[in-house]
Design a protein around this ligand. Structure first.
Ligand code: FE2
Ligand code: FE2
Length: 229
C-alpha cells in the first residue's frame, strides 16, 4: 500500500457508501461482501480510495483477460468479479495491521477463515514482496502491477488544478516517474517491474490503468473540482 492521497473532501462521498453489518462468514463471496469487509476494517478515506482505484485497474485487466480467453458470459463475469475483489481487498487489513509482520498475513488468515477463494488470497499475499510468495497467475501479476501505479496516477491527478484524473496523460505520468521528489512514497521499480512481469510495455500499462481510472473517476473522487478550461 502506498498512501499518497489524503483528500478529505472525499469523505462525504465515501461515507455515504460505507456499509456495516454482521460477519460475511458463510455469505456469498461477491463484490458486495468484499466492500463490507473492507469497510469494517478501514476508516481512512485515502485507503478506501486506493482500494477502489486498484479495483478499477484490476477489473479492467480481468475484462481484457476474459475477452482474450473467449469466456462465456457467466464465466467472464465470475473472472472479472474475482479480479475486482482482489483489488478491493488487497490492503483491507493494512489500517489495523500495517507492519510487514502482519500485513497481509493477518488479512490472509481472515480471508481463509471466511472462505474467500485461494486465487484471491494468493494474489494478495504475493502483492507484498517480503512474503516471498511467487507471482504465478495472471491475477497475481495484475495486482502487483496495478497497486503502486494506481497510487501514482492518483497523485498525478491531485496535483492538477482541477484535481481531475481526466487531466492526466501518459507522457506526463512517465515524466513524473523520473521526478524523484514527486510522490516519493511510490516505488517506481515496482511499477516498471510489475508491467514487465505482466508482459505489458510501460506506456501501455500506464494508459490502460489511466483509462480504467478515468472511467471510474466519480467513484474515485477524481472527476475534478473545477470545470475544464
Ligand atoms: Fe499492501
Ligand atoms: Fe495497495
Amino acid at each position: 500500500m502506498t498512501d499518497t492521497t489524503s483528500n478529505l473532501s472525499l469523505n462525504d462521498h465515501l461515507s455515504k457508501s460505507r456499509l456495516s453489518g454482521p460477519s460475511e462468514t458463510g455469505a456469498g463471496k461477491d463484490r458486495a461482501a468484499a466492500w463490507r469487509l473492507l469497510n469494517r476494517y478501514t476508516q481512512s478515506v485515502s485507503l478506501l480510495k486506493h482500494a477502489l482505484s486498484v479495483e478499477a485497474c484490476a477489473r479492467a485487466y480481468g475484462e481484457q483477460r476474459a475477452a482474450e480467453l473467449g469466456l462465456a458470459p457467466d464465466e467472464a463475469r465470475s473472472l472479472v468479479e474475482t479480479y475486482a475483489i482482489t483489488g478491493l481487498l488487497h490492503d483491507f487489513d493494512y489500517e489495523k495491521h500495517p507492519s510487514p509482520e502482519e500485513h497481509p498475513w493477518v488479512g490472509n488468515r481472515i480471508l481463509t477463515e471466511q472462505g474467500w477463494p485461494e486465487e484471491v488470497r494468493h494474489a494478495i499475499l504475493a502483492h507484498a514482496d517480503y512474503t516471498h510468495t511467487p507471482r504465478v497467475s495472471h491475477l497475481d501479476k495484475v495486482l502487483f502491477a496495478c497497486d503502486e501505479l494506481a497510487g501514482f496516477l492518483t497523485a498525478n491527478a491531485l496535483v492538477k488544478p482541477t484535481k481531475s484524473i481526466h487531466d492526466v496523460n501518459v507522457p506526463s505520468v512517465l515524466k513524473k516517474m523520473k521526478d524523484k521528489a514527486f510522490a516519493r512514497g511510490v516505488n517506481r521499480e515496482d511499477i516498471v517491474g510489475g508491467a514487465a512481469d505482466l508482459g505489458v510495455d510501460l506506456p501501455d500499462h500506464v494508459a490502460f490503468c489511466l483509462a480504467a481510472m478515468q472511467r471510474n473517476a466519480e467513484a474515485l473522487g477524481l472527476a475534478g473540482t473545477a470545470a475544464p478550461l
